[in-house]
Design a protein. Structure first.
Length: 455
């Protein structure tokens, strides 16, 4: 018996908010007086992309739709020494503030400071937490799915740790996508109340209310969870809004490759395993590679591409009862008395089979054929059952993601990304059911633009 399930999910966004950080502040002079008309420039340290604006009549400036990265902020106005603040690290969904103080002087007398942007946002009522790529890389994560880390923060309940492994939503679709570990309740909301975004594009599977397309974990630059009181730009959700941002290319080429291996040869027997039988199969290979950098012959254009594959076989021991060789020939000796249903004696009672053995000509040939084809002989002497089954589940996953960023001078940036998840799984099921196959494909294309010079 086999079953094939095919999903084609394309939550594409023609105009998505790929970058979700903002930076604002006020420009003043040494006496704290407002400075209007100052040219403020923000430079991305990774790509060199820059945007410019001028301070308004109140001395305020603002940049929105910024990719999470490290920036350098510059400001200048005739009569003042140029100002430069380095090391401004912006996180996804952060509304950061960096005030600028200009000093009277000449252009050659530049003032450079090291910025210290606070992660606390006093201007918004939202609550949440973030995790960047460096923290993600330091955590052991066998599933290689970034959504598994949502429960590392406050308010999210890791239901699977209490033995709760399925619900009505993941029962719709077996395999990894409906896993309760990938869709935790947050701050009292149901698991169906979460919203997922990937580079600003809506990424929620409305069938099982989990993430629809998940990026290869090495491509994740940062993710942020709005655990309560999410602002208006996020989809309506009674739980959490999970916003994942992927990496972009930089001015230098950065290749990478990886391989992770797990084999049952290094595992110990667990409590339910029979030490006289081979260990249940558990083999997992995770492999892939990435490359990012500038696009040749294309000025101000950068790319990032990654492939990740997972091959997993995992068997879990289960015990059941199957007919032994004697029973298959009709021999039930040693058990309860077996009566012949086609006989009656003088007092109206049925007579037992001699020796509790059913004659061969009385055995149903259909039943014998079924036993021979679908019911194996005993392989265990466990008191709870004579057959131990460890047919493995199989998980074959291929994930690909590619992203291109281009800047049109100071007029703006354009970002395109395509991500594909392909799964070919085999679910062992419960004996004597035969394994069922599951084919899943999920993909997303997103295109986003950000404005350049702001007045």
């Amino acid at each position: 018996m086999s079953r094939a399930i095919l999903f084609l999910l394309i939550p594409a966004a023609a105009v998505a908010q790929v970058a979700s950080a903002t930076l604002s502040g006020t420009v003043t002079d040494q006496s704290a007086a407002i400075v209007s008309g100052a040219v403020v420039t923000l430079v991305d340290s990774g790509t060199g992309f820059q945007r410019a604006t001028t301070s308004d009549a109140a001395g305020n400036y603002a940049f929105d739709e910024l990719a999470p990265d490290v920036y350098t902020l510059k400001a200048q106005k005739p009569g003042f020494s140029p100002f430069q603040a380095e090391g401004i690290a912006l996180q996804v969904d952060q509304n950061a503030r960096q005030d600028i103080r200009l000093t009277l002087g000449k252009e050659a007398e530049a003032v450079t400071v090291t910025a210290s942007v606070s992660p606390v946002n006093p201007d918004a009522p939202t609550e949440g937490y973030s995790m960047d790529g460096s923290k993600i890389a330091q955590l052991p994560l066998a599933s290689r799915n970034v959504i598994s880390l949502v429960t590392m923060g406050p308010g999210a309940i890791p239901r699977q740790l209490g033995g709760y492994v399925h619900d009505i939503n993941n029962d719709v679709q077996e395999g990894t996508r409906g896993s309760v570990a990938l869709n935790p309740p947050i701050n009292g909301g149901r698991s169906t109340m979460n919203s997922f975004l990937l580079d600003g594009a809506y990424d929620t599977d409305r069938n099982i209310f989990a993430i629809a397309v998940y990026p290869p974990i090495d491509s994740v630059r940062e993710f942020h969870i709005q655990s309560s009181l999410a602002s208006a730009e996020f989809p309506s959700s009674g739980g959490g809004a999970i916003d994942v941002v992927t990496k972009s290319g930089t001015r230098d080429f950065h290749p990478s490759a990886f391989e992770y291996l797990h084999n049952e040869a290094t595992d110990a027997y667990n409590y339910f395993d029979d030490p006289t039988l081979p260990k249940p199969l558990y083999r997992q290979n995770e492999f892939g590679g990435s490359l990012g950098g500038p696009v040749p012959l294309a000025k101000n254009t950068y790319f990032y591409g990654i492939y990740e594959g997972i091959r997993q076989k995992e068997g879990t021991s289960t015990v059941t009862v199957v007919p032994d060789a004697a029973v298959r020939t009709g021999d039930f000796a040693g058990g309860s008395v077996l009566y012949d249903p086609l006989t009656l004696n003088a007092v109206g009672a049925r007579t037992p089979f001699p020796g509790d053995v059913i004659p061969q000509n009385r055995l149903d040939p259909i039943a014998l054929k079924y036993l021979a084809q679908y019911e194996p002989l005993p392989n265990s002497g466990s008191p709870s059952g004579n057959y131990r089954d460890s047919t493995p589940n199989q998980l074959n996953t291929d994930s690909v993601s590619a992203r291109v960023d281009h800047q049109f001078g100071n007029r703006g940036t354009l970002t395109g990304r395509y991500t594909l998840n392909g799964e070919g799984n085999v679910q062992a099921g419960s004996f004597p059911l035969l394994p069922a196959s599951e084919q899943v494909r999920a993909q997303q294309a997103a295109l986003a633009s950000a404005s350049g010079e702001t007045r």
